[in-house]
Ligand binder design. Structure first.
Ligand code: FAD
Length: 461
């Protein structure tokens, strides 16, 4: 649709924050719309988060789930991809501030789509992150791969049985889909891929613990599927501890409070955090400048058309938004991104024809179901009222993930990696580097050094 006489500078400016499911789908759905799109994200890639656990456990490479956004949108002439960390949205001036390597950029918008997702929540205990990384980014997944494989390496060199036990105990906190997938894969990595490759330790003696403060595994998927997943994990050797709340995490393990109030300790060198999410702080930024409200998880409570109160051209989609009945899942973000793009498209067409746009209809989520893999050949799935588990669910999981992976090359590469792992027990991505495994600790050490230098300079002046 062409706007007669429109130039690049007076074209309607759409700024999208985030290149995840919500942001990317919004941008792609505006391909043939006469608008100027600037997609700003803090990473150069679009990340397929549901497969991060496979990067962490060496099944696939990071490139397979993180294609460059720039290349995905290469042929979309109305879209420009910009790298930057968005720090502020100025609702009055209608600008977005983003930072790249210390430089701040201001980008004006007519329509703004916020799709900045969510980060890990440690429920107010952010210091847990140092010893129990979450699983939200490629950095997280590679760091975890380094820590998991690094623990086996250290155990091989240890002559102290207590230390070996600690190194071979892996604790996954949070029994949602990510926790279940992670625990199952660490167990399979130990029992199948690493078996027989060490001389001093037996990797199959690794002890994987999946724990949660809730009384069930996979609570959002219902009791029946939760039990199925639990039984399968236990059969594989994973120990499930429910009603167990983590009260502390340190280098050597975690402290847990059971439902009867008893405190106990689990000695473990490698901990994974997959409990709880906190929406992007940009929601709070919006709330500080408007009548927008956020919920406890920091999600923006949006209007029925996903806009924010008093700002009909500022939309929030995906994990950043709270919409009743819409789960924090890929489909919620994809459908939200496409829905907002349809509004933008409709209103651009009306502007071009000098007519009134069709009234906005409220966003309606179509529930396509949810699934989680438990182990090789075994998954659980819930589609409408239908609940099933086992091999059929696993096949459905495989097919659906292939459909939603972005790009033909990515799909082929992933399929090949899966063939290697599922048919042979091998894994093609077991490379680790010291930087990956210890970057977070080193960065924190550097920050502490910098802070103490600043303090002593202050004291001296
Ligand atoms: C480990 C894991 C497993 C999952 N498994 C499943 C699953 O099996 N099925 C399912 O349906 N869902 C799953 N999910 C949830 C699903 O991935 C999310 O619901 C979905 O990614 C949300 O999309 P989004 O666009 O809102 O946010 P995201 O996909 O998180 O994208 C956010 C984007 O915003 C960018 N960004 C964030 N802050 C800023 C900033 N300040 N400045 C610039 N850019 C910023 C990020 O770099 C990213 O590009 C999983 C999530 C995780 C973490």
């Amino acid at each position: 649709m062409s706007h007669p006489g429109a130039t690049a500078s007076d074209r309607h400016k759409v700024v999208i924050i985030g290149s995840g499911f919500g942001g990317l789908n919004a941008a792609q759905a505006l391909k043939r719309t006469d608008v100027d799109i600037k997609l700003i994200a803090r990473t150069t890639h679009h990340l397929f988060q549901p497969l991060l656990y496979q990067v962490a456990t060496g099944i696939i490479s990071e490139g397979e789930i993180a294609p460059p956004t720039r290349l995905i949108l290469r042929k979309q002439r109305n879209a420009q991809v910009l790298l930057g960390d968005v720090t502020h949205v100025n609702l009055e001036k209608k600008t977005v501030e983003s930072v790249l390597l210390g430089h701040t950029y201001s980008t004006p918008y007519d329509t703004l789509i916020l799709a900045a997702g969510a980060g890990q929540s440690y429920f107010g205990n952010d210091h847990f992150a140092e010893w129990a990384p979450g699983m939200k980014t490629i950095d997280d997944a590679l760091e975890l791969r380094g820590r998991i494989l690094g623990a086996f390496e250290q155990a091989e060199r240890s002559s102290d049985p207590e230390r070996r036990k600690k190194l071979l105990t892996f604790v996954v906190v949070g029994a949602g889909p990510t926790g279940v997938e992670m625990a199952g894969q660490i167990q399979e990595l130990a029992d199948q891929t690493l078996k027989g490759s060490f001389r001093h330790i037996d990797p199959t003696e690794a002890h994987v613990i999946l724990l949660d403060a809730a009384p069930a595994v996979l609570p959002p998927m219902g009791e029946k599927l939760g039990l199925k997943a639990k039984e399968r994990l236990e059969k594989m050797g994973v120990e499930i501890q429910l009603n167990a709340m983590v009260t502390d995490v340190d280098r050597n393990g975690i402290t847990v409070k059971d439902s009867d109030g008893t405190l106990r300790r689990i000695e473990s060198a490698c901990k994974v955090w997959s409990a709880g999410v906190q929406a992007s702080p940009l929601g709070k930024d919006l709330a500080a400048q408007s009548e927008t409200e956020i919920d406890r998880a920091g999600r923006v409570i949006v209007n029925p058309d996903l806009s924010i109160p008093g700002h009909p051209n500022v939309f929030v989609v995906g994990d950043m938004a709270f919409v009743p009945g819409v789960p924090g899942m890929a489909q919620g973000a994809i459908q939200g991104g496409k829905y907002v793009a349809a509004i933008v498209k409709n209103e651009a067409a009306a502007r071009a024809h000098g007519t009134k746009p069709k009234p906005r209809v409220p966003f309606k989520y179509f529930d396509k179901g949810s699934m989680a893999t438990v182990s090789k050949w075994n998954a659980v799935a819930k589609v409408g009222k239908l609940e099933f588990g086992g091999f059929i669910a696993w096949l459905a999981w495989l097919g659906l993930h292939l459909i939603y992976l972005v790009g033909f090359k990515t799909k082929i590469a992933t399929l090949l990696s899966w063939a290697v792992t599922f048919l042979s027990r091998q894994r093609g991505q077991l490379t680790i580097t010291e930087q990956q495994a210890y970057a977070r600790i080193r960065i924190e050490e550097l920050q502490e050094i910098a802070a103490s230098v600043q303090e002593s300079e202050k004291a001296a002046s």
